[in-house]
Design a protein around this ligand. Structure first.
Ligand SMILES: [Zn+2]
Ligand SMILES: [Zn+2]
Length: 675
């Protein structure tokens, strides 16, 4: 696109006044006529989409997700006008304190913007932001992102709040000067953005509250389990495989640190009596054949754990006999597979695959994305292995990312999250990143930084088709190397932590110096309820499917590559391991190694979530907040000193003032005496 000349700009000014009828609603809103504004926005929006169309659209079935034919047909002026009406509706609902509806209307703007991409003459990958040269559209998109950011910040979802505001800045910063208006600058609010970049997620200094906004938040608690004996996985693990079977947590392979040692072992821990990790027979396949045991997944199927490494042989660990064996599989490429880049009769070059997202459902293994022998950036190959016949089939995608994007399937990536719906009919895929820095063998699409995917997809097993899902409710921000699991007892998918390759974090260290990281680590927790929406509800966006944040007073330290696993017998959810950059948690560097060997349990305030065991009051005062402790008296989080009394450091005090104020209460409640 090219810059406009003066005559064209004048014409645009005229078009703006005629086309953007949403400004009639804005005028009513500004003069305090909120009900009239709401009615006006709705009337104008209905004029654009037609009377039979329900706004905002619902997530999941039966809608088409993000893609909407009505939206794709709109010209940029109609699009900007409808986006303006949606922002107006969002403002009205926010005024009424109906935050969930306000967020749904903000998300509608996002879907409208995204649908503009489906009009382009050639499909483009998500890392290309193709904004039409229409300053009004830039402004309304930024307004929706920043409004959502404010609402999410008020809910304590600082990760997604910061990402929304950062995206508003990113999407507009390289546009022509005539987009850079005073109105846009006011919306973007660079001073607020910079303050938000200093937060960590969760923000340990955010006020703790026992209340929650129903529908968008769930109370929860993270508690660390102490393992009787050190050794084995307690030394810390990253890029490992793990699962729970028969109330035992298994951990296999991975590495202690990025430069090793590299493991080929497997261990188990009794979750009902976690006194020590027991070592089982090592992975028997030689290194020259399998490559390193890094970034692989083990899945449970009929009392065995299956391990896919990219080879046609699946390695099998029998959980009853604790012996390794193997399962041969076959694959015959179709001509379409060969067009998708399959060579030498096998989809994964050099018979290697790592960092893929692998899900088991109904006797089938689904393998999506990951790196292989000819790409370390990540691919979007989607393969299915039928365990009853041992045969592979390609469902979608390419061995290496082609020049032109394909909107019918998710873009190439690695280390995404994935799970199956309880009925096995949909396979979900969330986020991940495309490692554009890691170019290899002249791969296309290399760049100076990785791209963190912000999308959510599901594969319809019956329809054999992908759907790009809306991310509704109070969701996690884009991230990769996140921990995830499906908890059948809670009927929720759970995600925790992870890493954003390009969301900056500015850390002020103890000496007051600012250190800028161009990435972020997370320690926040979210639930996804994928139950289908109730079509007859008057406000269908208020029912599932949607995301909720789990609010916890304490949380494990910010990290990526941790893993979640659910004990099917008890419904308990556990988190183990992972990795963080030492400098990211500057206050206690000496105490933290780069990888973690800690084990945590998550409780959530839902039926079956074991929340009745949690002492909410106590936890708000003593729980560990990431790398910090909470002061027992003022609840501020920081590198505080332990109580030196006979309680063995059960509580922490931020300084002598709080120690003096809180001592007598601590002495009484925890029976502590001066040592
Ligand atoms: Zn204090
Ligand atoms: Zn004490």
């Amino acid at each position: 696109m090219s810059a406009l000349n003066d005559t064209e700009r004048e014409l645009v000014g005229l078009m703006t006044r005629i086309s953007l009828t949403c400004r009639q609603g804005d005028t009513l809103y500004k003069t305090g006529q909120f009900d009239a504004a709401k009615a006006k926005y709705m009337e104008l929006a209905t004029d654009i989409v037609g009377a039979g169309f329900s706004l905002p659209m619902t997530a999941g079935s039966p809608s088409g997700g993000v893609i909407c034919d009505v939206y794709i047909e709109l010209d940029p002026w109609q699009r900007a006008n409808l986006m303006g009406c949606c922002v107006g509706m969002a403002k009205c609902f926010r005024r009424e304190n109906n935050l969930e509806m306000a967020l749904a209307w903000c998300d509608e703007v996002n879907a409208l913007y995204r649908c503009g991409f489906y009009q382009l003459p050639q499909p483009v990958y998500d890392w290309i932001d193709s904004c039409p040269d229409l300053p009004e559209l830039t402004l309304v998109k930024a307004t929706a992102l920043c409004l959502a950011s404010e609402i999410l910040a008020s809910l304590g979802n600082s990760g997604t709040a910061t990402t929304r505001r950062w995206n508003a800045h990113k999407t507009s910063k390289n546009l022509f000067m005539h987009h850079q208006t005073a109105a846009l600058h006011a919306v973007l609010n660079p001073a607020l953005r910079n303050r938000m970049l200093e937060l960590r997620h969760p923000d340990p200094n955010a006020p703790l509250s026992a209340g929650r906004v129903s529908g968008l938040q769930v109370r929860g608690s993270w508690s660390r389990l102490s393992i009787g004996k050190l050794g084995g996985p307690t030394d810390g693990r990253e890029a490992f495989a793990s699962f729970i079977w028969n109330s035992h947590l298994y951990v296999a392979g991975g590495r202690t640190c990025s430069n090793g040692p590299f493991h080929r072992d497997i261990w188990k821990l009794d979750l009902n009596n976690p006194d020590e990790w027991r070592r089982l027979p090592d992975y028997p396949i030689p290194l020259q054949i399998s490559g390193r045991f890094i970034g692989w997944t083990m899945l449970i199927h009929n009392d065995t754990a299956l391990l896919f490494t990219g080879r046609p042989t699946i390695d099998v660990f029998d959980l009853k006999t604790e012996k390794w064996s193997s399962l041969k599989t076959t694959y015959a490429p179709t001509s379409a597979d060969i067009d998708a880049g399959v060579v030498d009769g096998w989809p994964w070059p050099n018979k290697m695959s790592c960092d893929a997202t692998i899900v088991v459902a109904d006797d089938k293994i689904y393998v999506f994305d990951g790196a292989h022998g000819r790409s370390i950036m990540g691919c979007n190959l989607f393969m299915e292995l039928d365990l009853t016949t041992g045969t592979w089939r390609r469902l979608s995608g390419y061995v290496r990312a082609p020049q032109i994007a394909d909107y019918s399937c998710p873009s190439p990536r690695k280390t995404a999250a994935g799970w199956a719906s309880p009925d096995g009919r949909r396979i979900f895929l969330l986020f991940g990143h495309f490692d554009r820095e890691a170019t290899f063998h002249n791969e296309l699409h290399s760049a100076g930084e990785a791209f963190g995917h912000e999308d959510f997809w599901s594969w319809g097993v019956q329809e054999q088709r992908w759907r790009r899902e809306r991310i509704s409710g109070n969701p996690p921000c884009a991230r990769t190397e996140l921990a995830f699991a499906y908890n059948a007892k809670l009927q929720r998918a759970i995600v925790f932590g992870g890493y954003h390759p390009t969301l900056p974090t500015h850390v002020i260290n103890n000496s007051g110096e600012e250190k800028k990281f161009n990435y972020s680590y997370f320690a926040d927790t979210f639930l996804y309820d994928m139950a289908p929406s109730l079509g007859n509800s008057p406000e269908p966006t208020l029912s599932a499917p949607k995301w909720q944040q789990v609010l916890t007073a304490g949380f494990p330290t910010y990290r990526c590559q941790a893993q979640l696993a659910v004990d099917g017998a008890t419904g308990k959810t556990y988190m183990f391991g992972g990795w963080t950059n030492n400098q990211y948690i500057p206050t206690r560097t000496k105490l933290f190694s780069r990888s973690f060997g800690d084990l945590w349990e998550l409780r959530v305030d839902l039926p079956g979530g074991n929340f009745e065991d949690v002492d909410v009051e106590e936890e708000m005062r003593v729980a560990r907040a990431g790398p910090w402790q909470r002061c027992f008296v003022c609840a501020a989080a920081g590198p505080w000193k332990k109580c030196g009394g006979t309680c063995n450091g059960r509580v922490f005090f931020c300084g002598t003032t709080c120690l003096r104020e809180g001592w007598s209460e601590h002495r009484k409640t925890h029976k502590c005496r001066k040592a």
